[in-house]
Design a protein. Structure first.
Length: 344
């Protein structure tokens, strides 16, 4: 189950039909924490006992069971959160799965991977709710981040257009902790104004380390020579997975410019479609996208999609996948013309 049906299930179940067990699978610890906080918001009305937090590998399953079975003197059901359950040993996982099968208290669990916790996963699927984001598509993750940013801006009674949100993510990176911190700073900077602008983003938001991914994507796709010399971890597929959304964003941006040109837009009209981009940068990218054409971007988007699927097998190393992508881009550019139907 992905985020939208998961939230709908929570909303439809509230307040009288809530499940007792919840499992959140997400490789990013801070994102898991924020999702757990969201689930907790639906549960306190059933529990005056408070929330007990445990960390697998540090706290015993026995302590978790004891907390779940301890009734509150004030009434209500216990609410227990256990994170990092994928580090449990086999016996501990079996114990936790048995607890879930007879559960009469609220239990929220977090894991970075679903592979080691199959018994627990199956137990929660039968009696509770599973949100599995282990293989979340990059565009779905971006949508989740955009929704998160919108919810925070509403709380501050501010408006941020989706274009500005995407540029903000391009600068800050896809790290939810950094996004939250920089966004709150940005919204405070806006002061009495109702709308946050791209100028605000450029003045206030600080790039995090993940900005490197956007630099790499920009260098591969907007330079004449895509063979850049960034250091690439030799065996960390997370690096490639983090690079994919940055590459896709740049390809979709180029496709939009090329599409406008091919539909007969005049040069003077282009800037109106992208009013908040630096005129100098926009002029440079417009010239390149115009020359390459929409079929170039379609073709390279297909290449990226194929390599992204290939990366899920875990067979190829990230540097091989990136070099394959660079080779595809270089091959297209060497022909010195947009890809046409006949050249496919």
């Amino acid at each position: 189950m992905d985020v939208i049906p998961f939230r709908k299930h929570l909303e439809d179940s509230f307040p009288n039909n809530l499940s007792f067990s919840y499992l959140v699978v997400n490789p990013h610890a801070y994102e898991r924490r924020k999702i757990v906080e969201e689930i907790v918001c639906y549960l306190p009305h059933k529990s005056t006992y408070g929330i007990s937090y445990f960390y697998a590998g540090k706290d015993s399953i026995g302590a978790v069971k004891e907390e779940l079975c301890s009734p509150s003197l004030l009434g209500g059901d216990p609410l227990v959160v256990v994170d990092d359950i994928d580090v449990l040993n086999f016996q501990e996982m079996r114990q936790l799965a048995e607890i879930i099968s007879t559960l009469h208290a609220f239990l929220i669990m977090g894991a970075s991977s679903s592979k080691p916790i199959r018994d627990i996963y199956n137990a929660v699927e039968k009696r509770g709710l599973v949100l599995d984001l282990m293989y979340e598509k990059p565009w779905d993750r971006e949508k989740r981040f955009l929704d998160f940013m919108t919810s925070i801006s509403v709380r501050y009674k501010k408006t941020i257009s989706q274009d500005v949100q995407k540029i903000f993510l391009e600068k800050v990176g896809m790290n939810l902790s950094s996004v939250e911190k920089e966004l709150e700073k940005l919204l405070t900077f806006a002061g009495g104004r109702d709308e946050v602008t791209i100028d605000d983003v450029m003045k206030v938001a600080i790039s995090c380390e993940e900005h490197t991914f956007w630099q790499i994507a920009d260098s591969i796709l907007w330079q004449e020579d895509p063979w850049i010399n960034y250091s690439i971890p030799s065996n960390d597929l997370t690096f490639f997975h983090n690079l994919v959304p940055a590459l896709r964003y740049q390809l979709e941006f180029g496709y939009k410019i090329a599409s406008l040109y091919e539909r007969g837009y005049k040069i003077a009209d282009f800037q109106n479609e992208f009013p908040r981009m630096s005129p100098k940068i926009f002029s440079y990218k417009q010239m390149i996208a115009q020359k390459r054409g929409t079929l170039f971007y379609k073709k390279i988007l297909q290449v990226l999609f194929r390599l992204d699927l290939q990366s899920k097998s875990g067979v190829d190393l990230p540097e091989i996948l990136i070099h394959l992508f660079q080779a595809e881009v270089a091959y297209a550019l060497q022909r010195n013309r947009p890809i046409t139907q006949s050249s496919r």
